[in-house]
Structures are given as C-alpha cells and as structure tokens.
Design a protein around this ligand. Structure first.
Ligand SMILES: NC(=O)c1ccc[n+]([C@@H]2O[C@H](COP(=O)([O-])OP(=O)(O)OC[C@H]3O[C@@H](n4cnc5c(N)ncnc54)[C@H](O)[C@@H]3O)[C@@H](O)[C@H]2O)c1
Length: 246
C-alpha cells in the first residue's frame, strides 16, 4: 500500500484496463478511467468504483480539455497508464488498407502521445514526480504474419516510452511500459477458446505453456508506477511467458 494517488487509465472500459484499474483501487488509489466507449465506461466505473470520463484519445482538443478538467478538479495526475489501443484490426503488408493502418496509428501512437503530452505538462507545472506506464506488446519485438500494422504501432509506443523517459527524467517523472504477449481478456477468451487451433498455436510459442491472464499484467503496471520502481525508467518490461526466448 502506497499513499493514495490520482491514477488516470485510458481504455479503462476494456479487459486489461479494467484489471489495471481494479489493482490500483485495491492499492488505495483514486482511479479515473477514460474510454471512447461511453456506455461500457459508465458500467465499468460503477462496478469497480472509479470516476469515468468519456473521450477519444486521438482527439487532441478533447484530450487537452479532459486533462485540464481532471487537474482542476482532482489535482495533478500522479500516475498515467496509457492502455487504450486498437488491437483487433489486422492484415498482411500487401493487404492492409491505408484507412485501417491510419486508424491504428491514430489511436495507438498519436493517442498515447497526446495524453502523455497533456499529463506531462501538468505534472511539470505542479512539480509532480509522477509515473507513466504505457501498455505496449511483445509483438513490437517479435513479428507474427498479419499483425504488423498493430505491431509497428506498439514499436512506436516503446520508442515513445524512451523518448518521454529521457526528457522527463529531469522532472523526476519516470516513464516505462509493459509488453504483454496474448492476454486472456473476456474478448480474447471468446475469440480463442481453449483447445482451438489459434489458442494451441499461440501456446506452442510460449515456453511457460499458457497465455497471460489479466492478473499477470496489472501487478507489473502497479509496480512500475510505484516506489519499488523508483530507479527504473525507459524500460518496456516483457510479460510474455518467455515468448521472446523461443
Ligand atoms: N489482449 C491482448 O492480448 C493484448 C496483448 C498485448 C497488449 N495488449 C494491449 O493492451 C491494451 C488493452 O487491450 P485489451 O485487450 O484490454 O483490449 P480491449 O479492446 O478490451 O480494451 C481497449 C479499450 O480501449 C478503448 N479505446 C479504443 N480506442 C480508443 C480511443 N480512441 N480513445 C479512448 N479509448 C479507446 C476501447 O474502447 C476499449 O475499452 C491495448 O493497448 C492492447 O494493444 C493487449
């Protein structure tokens, strides 16, 4: 348990975002979840006891307004978790449409940049030695055919992590990422039931023999945001059951 902090989590209505929000709430922190899906966001916020703000993270004006409002009402954000992302739009290099690729990059890269920039400006102004944790993917480092659009956006998130970390270090702000392999969110569980060929194919790539649970990811995010990680910045921590070793 650390002192109660204000934690802002993007994509908080989704599988991993909700799990991360619950972990910070269990830690005693005040959690604000933001998401473009207003209906799902309201339900999640009510169920877990978080504050909800609906916003599209790729809309620069809306992001600026939301972060200004949050700061005015709740004080500076201590911890930002950039978790929102588009992860189910795929296509091979020769097939992915320009529109689809632009959509992935707008949310995963531009959206992460916009929220980081708005929150970091406030952290610097308030003298908050905060922490930022981005949710990347192991795919940023190991390709899978058909997933390169998404994976290249996550490689950019890893780079954004290092960019922010090197510049914000002088303000005492740490910036890290987690890089999960496939995570058994409710959505993925539906799309890849146990015993399905797709699930078996993924499991065969993972030395520890199973896909990640949300509970494998959330504690690492809480750790990277907390005092135990006080000397860690600029890293993207793989949480992949050893997938990169294989
Ligand atoms: N599930 C996995 O296997 C896996 C593996 C590695 C990394 N990740 C990453 O974890 C993060 C969360 O993924 P998830 O599996 O929980 O997916 P999810 O689809 O359940 O959650 C993503 C959330 O982001 C929100 N979102 C999408 N676009 C947005 C926008 N423009 N503005 C605000 N919110 C927006 C969605 O509404 C959704 O609630 C993503 O960044 C994803 O790339 C997931």
């Amino acid at each position: 348990m650390t002192d109660s902090r204000t934690v802002l989590i993007t994509g908080g209505a989704g599988g991993i975002g909700r799990g991360i929000a619950e972990a910070f709430i269990a830690n005693g922190d005040r959690v604000i979840i933001v998401d473009v899906d207003a209906a799902a966001l309201a339900v999640t916020a009510r169920e877990i006891g978080a504050t909800a703000i609906a916003v599209d993270i790729a809309d620069s004006t809306a992001v600026q307004n939301v972060i200004d409002t949050v700061t005015a009402q709740a004080g500076p954000v201590d911890v930002l978790v950039n978790n929102a992302g588009i992860l189910s739009v795929h296509g091979r290099l020769t097939e992915l449409s320009v529109t689809d690729y632009e959509g992935i990059l707008r949310v995963n890269v531009l959206g992460t940049f916009l929220v980081t920039q708005a929150v970091a400006r406030h952290m610097i102004e308030a003298g908050t030695a905060g922490a930022i944790v981005n949710v990347s993917s192991i795919g940023a480092r190991q390709p899978t055919p058909g997933m390169g659009g998404y994976e290249s956006s996550k490689a950019a998130v890893d780079s954004l992590t290092r960019w922010a970390a090197i510049e914000l270090a002088e303000n005492g702000i740490r910036v890290n990422a987690v890089a999960p392999g496939p995570v058994l969110t409710p959505m993925l569980r539906l799309g890849m039931p146990e015993g399905s060929p797709a699930r078996t194919a993924w499991e065969s790539r993972i030395p520890l023999g199973r896909l990640a649970e949300i509970g494998d990811i959330a504690p690492a995010v809480v750790f990277l945001a907390g005092p135990g990680a006080a000397h860690i910045t600029g890293t993207s921590l793989q949480i992949d059951g050893g997938q990169l070793l294989a």
